[in-house]
Write a protein that binds this ligand. Structure first.
Ligand SMILES: Nc1ncnc2c1ncn2[C@@H]1O[C@H](COP(=O)(O)OP(=O)(O)OP(=O)(O)O)[C@@H](O)[C@H]1O
Ligand SMILES: [Mg+2]
Length: 286
């Protein structure tokens, strides 16, 4: 279940945990230096680009590598909550944003923790209108979890509003899932506008960890050429790193969600799972 060796790359983060002999499963981990919790928003203002699938796969994959991982479902649709078997009635991200302390949940057999979504999130924009400091609420709330978790993954809705701004303000990094289609460039430019605003007014430290191509089907020439075109555009025109490997389509991704089982456990050899593992290698080290 836990990694042989990993390190978290970039910034001030330098966490190295070493387990030299895999059979000694319960050896204490060595923590080499002070580290900060890294917070990833998985965001795109376009719907259906695999934000939720990506959040679940990266978070459960990171847990599998031994990282203490928390997911926050900030999308009123609550798909991530369903996939990770969250129980909103016991605590949720709406309450978190309203200033309450929420205990992260985990389902037996699934070690990834979650703070579920609640329907009330949908009304938060109106509720917090003209409230001072409304964009910093999640950032402030996450302070309480710094000692408990190494990584946080925030699933966001495909809309611009308080929830997305809160997510980006609370994050060290943003991962942008896009599909290699004719809307990819447009959605990247849209999110860039939001990222630029957040950097200017709320969170100057926000990094773009990368553009991640999702639901990729190499069989079609169109997808291949759209991937290349968008990849080059993102790197050259926007200056955004792109993950080297796209996430391929695979029925296992849907099946794992339907069964509410982490992809890494359901089908570790499936194309999407292997691709998400490569993406994890890029963000937290192989
Ligand atoms: N690699 C994949 N292979 C096959 N199906 C996938 C893959 N990734 C995502 N899907 C499917 O695509 C659909 C959309 O994915 P998902 O719900 O993650 O997108 P989203 O960006 O979170 O959507 P929304 O904007 O509505 O929140 C889902 O049915 C999901 O199962
Ligand atoms: Mg979603």
């Amino acid at each position: 279940m836990r990694p042989e060796r990993y390190s978290i790359k970039s910034g001030t983060v330098a966490l190295i945990r070493i387990r030299p002999i895999s059979s000694i499963r319960n050896l204490l981990y060595m923590r080499s230096e002070e580290y900060n919790m890294r917070v990833f928003s998985i965001s795109s203002q376009k719907g259906g680009t695999a934000k939720t699938t990506t959040t679940a796969a990266l978070a459960t994959g990171a847990t599998h590598r031994g990282l203490r991982t928390l997911c926050i479902d900030l999308d009123p649709q609550g798909s991530l909550t369903t996939i990770l078997r969250g129980r909103p009635e016991e605590g949720n991200s709406y309450r978190l944003l309203k200033g309450q302390r929420v205990k992260p949940q985990t389902e037996t057999g699934v070690d990834t923790y979650i703070i579920p979504a609640a329907l009330e999130l949908a009304g938060l924009d109106a509720e917090l209108a003209n409230t001072p400091g409304r964009d910093n609420r999640l950032r402030n709330a996450l302070e309480a979890y710094k000692e408990e978790f190494d990584l946080v993954f925030i699933d966001t809705a495909p809309t611009l509003g308080t929830l997305l701004i809160n997510a980006l303000t609370a994050s060290t990094d943003v991962i942008i899932p896009v599909q290699a289609d004719m809307f990819a460039s447009q959605s990247l430019y849209q999110l860039k506008g939001t990222i630029d605003q957040v950097r200017q007014f709320c969170n100057p430290e926000l990094r773009v960890a990368g553009v991640l191509f999702t639901r990729y089907s190499a069989r079609t020439t169109l997808a291949r050429s759209m991937w290349e075109k968008t990849y080059n555009m993102a790197e050259e025109k926007l200056g955004y790193h792109c993950f080297r490997h796209p996430i391929r389509e695979g029925v296992a991704a849907k099946e794992a969600q339907t069964l509410r089982v982490p992809l890494i456990r359901y089908s570790p050899k499936s194309n999407p799972c292997q691709d998400y593992e490569k993406a994890l290698d890029e963000i937290i080290g192989g």
